[in-house]
Write a new protein. Structure first.
Length: 191
């Protein structure tokens, strides 16, 4: 059985149309979580991009068929490539920041430092480090200088809870150094 070119053309259009529907439906499944998780954002962008490219293929196919302007194909390919690079640049930047243990976007390290330094009984805050453990989990380590030790463990629990509520930092390690701030030579540093 031989498929005639016109029938083959209709099959390709149908196949591309089904691709648009499936990719769009899949992108919609990932849409809700894309703001909180870098992996979900990447999957969403991939599926939405595939749907858009399929729509572009259909539109340009009809345009080429109607006009005979075959140069539309490479121009459209270049434009689609540019849109993909432009659209994924932020995803690449966020991925590199995560790999390099940078302070996650949306967390102001100076505000965290001010919060920790403003707590009762704290003379100095130093060696503050904030980094993303994953796309959804943030960690913090810090040294705090206090002249007197706290009277119970509730104080550390309260700080951990407030760091989570105010800044989204879920994994907190606090080292308390007792004595005078002058004994601790490390200046405040946010990494």
């Amino acid at each position: 059985m031989t498929i005639v070119p016109a029938r083959l053309h209709r099959i390709k259009i149908l196949h591309t149309g089904v691709s648009v529907v499936i990719n769009t439906a899949t992108a919609l499944l990932f849409m809700a979580g894309r703001e909180r998780d870098l992996n979900i954002k990447g999957a969403f962008m991939h599926m939405a991009g595939d749907a858009a490219v399929s729509v572009g293929v259909i539109v340009i196919g009809f345009a080429i068929h109607a006009t005979g302007w075959h140069w539309l194909d490479p121009v459209t390919s270049i434009l689609i490539g540019g849109v993909i690079v432009w659209g994924t640049w932020g995803l690449l930047r966020e991925s590199v920041n995560l790999a390099m243990d940078a302070v996650p976007a949306g967390i102001d390290p100076h505000a965290v430092e001010a919060y920790l330094g403003g707590l009762s009984g704290v003379q100095q805050v130093h060696d503050l480090h904030i980094w993303g453990m994953s796309t959804t989990e943030t960690a913090l380590t810090v040294h705090r200088v206090m002249p007197q030790p706290p009277t119970n463990g509730k104080f550390l629990h309260k700080i951990s809870h407030e760091l989570h509520e105010q800044f989204g930092i879920g994994h907190v390690t606090i080292q308390i150094e007792y004595g005078d701030a002058e004994c601790h030579q490390s200046p405040a540093k946010v990494v």
